[in-house]
Design a protein around this ligand. Structure first.
Ligand code: SF4
Length: 463
């Protein structure tokens, strides 16, 4: 069948796919994109009216498993939708043409659909020795990738080799293999790691563009969040066995037959981001853990180096407590930090209250310094520094107490002068005048030059 420019749905009808099957596919795509089921009609409308979008599929340094995964998709067919509806115009491994005819198909597609085709790259890009380890039609694969991807509306790196070099780029590799992003940049690049890529995620990426006219949101590694936004461990059907400490300890043992957790057999699910448990492979038939094999973390960067040995369990965060999980250790550490923070806050509050109380009490008991008096004790100063606002009120009343001496009445200012003459007249008090012999000794007579004729209140009492 030749894809029709009338729209993908009419091409699908010509293929014999029923409307029911088409709607079912759209609902599955909504699930793959982590969208509510209510998006299914919108996806159906978008796909049904979408124009033909060609795909140019390049294959670099890899095993070819990603293209094979696409072709092995079951019916009704994600691969048919891609091959017959979206249309792969160029693929060395899928097309019938070869040699010059294949090259002609490539150049014609690029010229006719400039900036309107998807470039899908499978396999790594070898750069060592000026790229001689990868040649296509006599040209260095690196240059072909640059040329094709520069003219595409978007590039999809299908599989781990295309994302970061994969096996060819692992330690010991001689070809200098890198991912597509190292050659063409990451602005319009979607990385779909996996060994192999999941065909459903590839289809969902294209469907997302057809529906929303933009590429799906991606993480810092260029991976779509709908497919790589969650841990395998959190979606795994064996997770309950992990929580109950029910582990497979040997291949084929009773625990393995019961479907218990594969963590101790080397499963890397707790450190791997992918939607394998929910999207699965083979049109949702199964995935490695369901089949009895642990996750090897193939969607993670440089997984051949970072996730191997594949049959050794992940290192325990606490070597002396190997049964504790990362989540348990992290939770305990968080609780400990929270408790210490609360204790520190309470101690700081009590300390400030005590110091504030001492400061206020010290200010109230501290005598008003007079001329020649000793300076205030040194320990009274520190409380005033941290609490200037609290230290101020006790100082306010002092001017009020000091005010009376500053506004003295003339009589109050004279006491020193009164005392001097009192001492001078004291003999006169003991020697009353002869004209008043019967008079009892009274207060001393004020001196003639006393400022006030009033009796001195500070004079000594008679007798
Ligand atoms: S089998 Fe792997 S992914 Fe599944 S619960 Fe166990 S450790 Fe996690």
């Amino acid at each position: 069948m030749t894809p029709s420019d009338d729209g993908l749905f009419s091409a699908l009808m010509q293929r014999g796919v029923s409307r029911r099957t088409f709607v079912k596919f759209c609902a599955a795509m909504a699930g793959a994109l982590a969208l509510p089921a209510t998006y299914a009609p919108r996806i159906a409308a978008a796909i049904g009216s979408a124009p033909r979008i060609p795909i140019i599929w390049l294959r670099g340094q890899g095993c070819g498993g990603d293209g094979d995964a696409l072709l092995r998709a079951a019916s009704p067919t994600v691969s048919e939708l891609l091959l017959d509806l979206v249309s792969v115009d160029y693929s060395e491994t899928m097309m019938a043409a070869a040699g010059a005819a294949a090259d002609l198909a490539l150049t014609e597609t690029m010229a006719t659909y400039s900036d309107r085709y998807f470039a899908v790259v499978e396999g790594a890009v070898p750069l060592a020795d000026d790229g001689v380890f990868g040649l296509t039609g006599g040209r260095v694969f690196r240059d072909v990738v640059r040329e094709v991807c520069d003219g595409a509306l978007a590039t999809i790196a299908a599989g781990s080799c295309a994302c970061d070099g994969g096996l060819a780029g692992a330690a010991g590799g001689r070809t200098g293999a890198v991912g597509v992003g190292a050659v063409v940049g990451t602005d319009r690049l979607v990385n779909l790691p996996g060994c192999p890529v999941n065909a459903a995620n590839l289809t969902a990426t294209v469907v997302h563009y057809l529906t929303f006219n933009e590429l799906p949101p991606r993480d810092v590694r260029g991976r779509p969040l709908f497919a790589y936004g969650g841990l395998v461990h959190n979606q795994c059907e064996r997770r309950s066995h992990f929580e109950y400490g029910e582990f497979v300890l040997a291949w084929g043992d009773e625990a393995a037959q019961k479907g218990w957790c594969l963590y101790k057999m080397g499963c890397k699910g707790p450190e791997t981001f992918a939607n394998c448990p929910t999207i699965r492979y083979g049109e949702g038939a199964s995935w490695p853990v369901k089949a009895g094999h642990g996750c090897i973390g193939c969607t993670m960067p440089a997984f051949w180096d970072t996730m191997s040995p594949f049959y050794q369990r992940l290192p325990s965060p606490l070597p002396f407590a190997p049964d504790l999980t990362v989540d348990q250790v992290g939770g305990a550490a968080f609780a400990g930090v929270a408790a210490l923070t609360a204790a520190h806050g309470a101690a700081s509050y009590v300390r400030q209250r005590v110091l504030g109380h001492r400061t206020r009490r010290g200010d109230q008991q501290q005598p008003v310094p007079g001329p020649g008096s000793a300076p205030p004790p040194a320990e009274a100063t520190p409380p005033e520094a941290p609490e200037p606002a609290e230290a101020t009120p006790p100082e306010a009343p002092e001017p009020t107490e000091a005010t009376p001496p500053e506004a003295p009445e003339p009589t109050e200012a004279t006491p020193p002068e009164v005392l001097v003459p009192t001492e001078a007249t004291q003999p006169e008090a003991h020697e009353p005048p002869e004209s008043e012999p019967s008079r009892a000794p009274g207060p001393a007579e004020p001196p003639v030059d006393a400022p006030s004729p009033e009796p001195d209140p500070f004079a000594p009492e008679p007798g």
